[in-house]
Ligand binder design. Structure first.
Ligand SMILES: *Cc1c(COP(=O)(O)O)cnc(C)c1O
Length: 386
């Protein structure tokens, strides 16, 4: 098999009659049949082919094939957003009375799905502490169907041992689902450690340039078949245009992630020495409590660095207001460096106690380290901390 970088560039749908080098864009809602018999055969799944873009489209098919190659997955599906991917997985695989085990530090909207939406259909959940895996066994119930985690987590960049969780999931007969948004398949491939499904917000590093929304799911053929039935008829389809953009973006994923990680490590090391900074968290800092695990399962530490400014909420907000180069915006995984204040934005739906439990202190700043020159990034943060 070819290497990651080559697969990311050379996985391509069939060329049209124009023999274009780069993949063409197929902006069409439906496809034409040769005759009534072909239409009948395609609708009854006897013959494969494109019928309607809610079901499939050459651009989304190419993107799905690419994410499968990169995650080393049997099959996949594409959705309009990362949250549509999360909801599709839950909606397709869970039924009334099922129970979900999830790490407490998950993306804000995933938290809202577990706490506000799934309970409407009698699906319950238990949160477990990502750093306290010894107590996970006790949280498993007879009706626990699925374990859902992120690593590194948002925004605390906590790490869980994916291989350990693979054994745990097997032992308790749980579907093992990983939101691999922060690492991307270039830095970490959860399926190798036993994950049944990997979810992505393609909005983040996979596009990597802050342009489009998208979501991806990759995993076993059997599970994807169930997901496909759910998604084709409930309709969270990815637009062909966004699929085309994201597939093109994936051609540069490896070089981007290398530089994101290199810049982030330099920034984390610099922040650790700064007198105005209380705590720095980055998976590839030797001071990270799971440094060894991160080194084992990740190629590099990724682009997210979090730190706590001395002086709490006021100093944290003050720091954001002083930034000149770095953007204050809700996104992450962009070429542009972004600073956010999770306590008042992405995790504002949590109670103060819930935030404290996942380590989101008032002075916590999350930096999505971009691809600008590292000296310019550091200079802006230095003047912000003054
Ligand atoms: C952004 C994000 C999502 C949601 O993705 P959208 O594309 O914004 O819907 C899910 N999980 C994580 C970890 C994220 O960062």
């Amino acid at each position: 098999m070819k290497n990651f970088e080559t697969l990311a560039i050379r996985t391509q749908s069939e060329r049209s009659q124009f023999n274009e080098h780069s993949t063409s864009l197929h902006l069409t809602s439906s496809f034409v049949f040769d005759d009534a018999e072909q239409m009948r055969a395609m609708f009854s799944d006897e013959v494969e082919g494109n019928i309607y873009s809610r079901f499939s489209n050459p651009n989304t098919t190419e993107l799905i094939q690419k994410i499968c190659a990169l995650e080393e997955a049997e099959a996949g599906w594409a959705t309009a957003t990362g949250m549509a991917a999360v909801f599709t997985v839950f909606g397709a695989l869970l039924k009334q009375g099922d129970h979900v085990l999830a790490c407490r530090s998950i993306f804000g909207s995933s938290h809202t799905i577990l706490t506000k939406i799934l309970p409407k259909w009698g699906i319950t959940f238990t949160y477990v502490d990502i750093n306290d895996t010894e107590n996970w066994g006790a949280a498993v119930q007879e009706n626990t169907k699925l374990v859902f985690i992120e690593t590194p987590t948002n925004p605390g960049v906590d790490i869980i041992d994916l291989a350990w969780l693979g054994t745990f999931a097997k032992q308790h007969n749980l579907l093992y689902v990983v939101d691999n948004c922060f690492a991307t398949p270039y830095l970490q491939q959860p399926i190798k450690y036993g994950a049944d499904l990997v979810i992505h917000s393609a909005t983040k590093y996979l596009d990597g340039q802050g342009r489009v929304l998208g979501g991806l799911i990759a995993g076993s053929q059997t599970l994807i078949n169930e997901i496909q039935t759910f998604a084709r008829h409930s309709g969270p389809a990815l637009s062909p245009f966004n699929a085309w953009v994201i597939s093109k973006s994936l051609e540069t994923l490896a070089v981007r992630m290398d530089r994101h990680s290199e810049n982030a490590l330099k920034l984390a090391e610099w922040l650790e020495k700064h007198p105005q900074v209380e705590l720095v968290k980055y998976p590839f800092l030797a001071s990270h409590t799971k440094f060894g695990v991160a080194k084992k399962q990740m190629k590099a530490g990724g682009g997210i660095v979090t730190f706590i400014v001395k002086g709490g909420l006021e100093k944290g907000r003050n720091f954001l207001d002083k930034l000149e180069l770095i953007s204050i915006t809700a996104n992450l995984g962009d070429t542009r460096t972004i600073a956010t204040h999770p306590a008042s934005t992405t995790h504002s739906k949590l109670t103060e106690q819930e935030r404290e439990e996942v380590g989101i202190l008032p002075g916590l700043i999350r930096i999505s380290v971009g691809l600008e020159h590292i000296d310019d990034i550091i200079n802006d943060i230095e003047q912000g901390l003054k």
